[in-house]
Design a protein around this ligand. Structure first.
Ligand code: 3IO
Length: 336
């Protein structure tokens, strides 16, 4: 009797184990682990969109995929992101293309003064641009999504009401925006966004040029009491994946990520535009920031100074054999 029950128990045990191995292992929770690197701090929009993507992928793959996120440059920093992902130091990474203007010529055309109105339009236009031209710069990675920030404005410790006020002013900008600040007469100081916190505190710069959500997300409103509304140029971002890692993924996981590509661009653009409104309100109400609008006549003067920038990009892109005018016309049409 005892012998028989031991036999039954043993049989039952092995049957359960066999079932687990045969039926469960292909969808065992967290079987595929991916590392996702990001360069700015966790509360900023590139990291908020990262957490949203992580949550959606884990949900839609029924936990088959587990994503470990690394905000704040803890796995890879702003400048080493692209090469780090190509080398496999992280499986996934978020890059700001403006930090390497010469490397992403086609997609960086998004940061020309073309009048893109907001991050939602910018993000969808950027993704379309990428899908149409499939730039060589991305040949060693797989693009999971792309998005832009909202148009840039001047945030400063001193008021900038007219062109004369910006002359010689030390303002932080990312790679691509330096020539815009220079054209206005400012003294551009190049550095990635996370380095700006210390530069403002130490006084190495008197302000910065970027999208306004940073007033709240980086608390720049505590240092910069003036914003001049220039509403000029967005920056393109991309979320990229190591190619070998991508190739190792099962088809159903690849499908989940591919299906998320455009949805994530739209989600991020929408989130960014909403965050701008909250940041403006917080800057005004809690930090007494003055928002300066330029008169139509003054704005026309500022805009005119930037006319040569697109012409210069076209000439350079043509020299590199790119269909430069078509790219510019496409961006304008895609961003409508
Ligand atoms: C950016 C980068 C990291 C976190 C928040 C951000 N908002 C806008 C940017 C883009 C950027 O680096 C820039 O120069 O405006």
């Amino acid at each position: 009797m005892v012998k028989r029950s031991i036999f039954c128990a043993t049989l039952f045990f092995f049957t359960v184990i066999t079932c687990l191995i045969v039926f469960q292992s292909p969808v065992m929770a967290g079987k595929i682990k991916l590392n996702y690197a990001n360069f700015p701090p966790a509360p900023t929009f590139p990291c908020v969109q990262m957490e949203r993507w992580k949550k959606e992928v884990e949900k839609r793959t029924n936990g088959q995929v587990m994503i470990n996120t690394f905000p704040g440059g803890t796995l890879l920093g702003a400048k080493g992101m692209m090469d780090g992902v190509i080398a496999g130091q992280a499986d996934i990474g978020n890059i700001c293309m403006a930090y390497q203007p010469g490397r992403f010529i086609v997609t960086n055309a998004m940061s020309l003064p073309l009048g893109i109105k907001n991050a939602k339009k910018g993000s969808l236009a950027l993704l379309k641009l990428y899908e149409k031209y499939k730039p060589k710069a991305f040949k060693d990675v797989v693009v999971l999504t792309m998005f832009t920030n909202a148009p840039g404005n001047v945030m400063s410790k001193v008021p900038v009401r007219r062109l004369a006020d910006i002359k010689g002013l030390d303002l932080r900008a990312s790679g691509g925006a330096a020539q815009i600040l220079k054209a206005w007469g400012a003294n551009p100081v190049g550095m990635p966004m996370p380095a700006t916190v210390e530069a403002l505190q130490k006084g190495t710069v008197k302000g910065l040029f970027s999208s306004l959500e940073v007033m709240k997300d980086f608390k720049f409103a505590e240092n910069c009491k003036y914003v001049t509304m220039t509403e000029t140029v967005v920056y393109p971002f991309a979320v990229i994946m190591n190619k070998k890692k991508w190739n190792s993924l099962p088809a159903d996981v690849k499908k989940v990520m591919t299906d998320l590509k455009k949805e994530q661009a739209l989600w991020t653009g929408t989130y960014m535009d909403e965050q701008i409104q909250k940041s403006i309100a917080w800057s005004k109400d809690a930090n007494n920031v003055e928002f300066i609008s330029l008169s139509a006549k003054e704005k026309a003067k500022w805009d005119k100074k930037l006319d040569f920038i697109t012409d210069k990009w076209i000439k350079n892109a043509k020299d590199k054999g790119l269909p430069a005018e078509a790219i510019i016309n496409d961006i304008k049409a895609f961003a409508k």
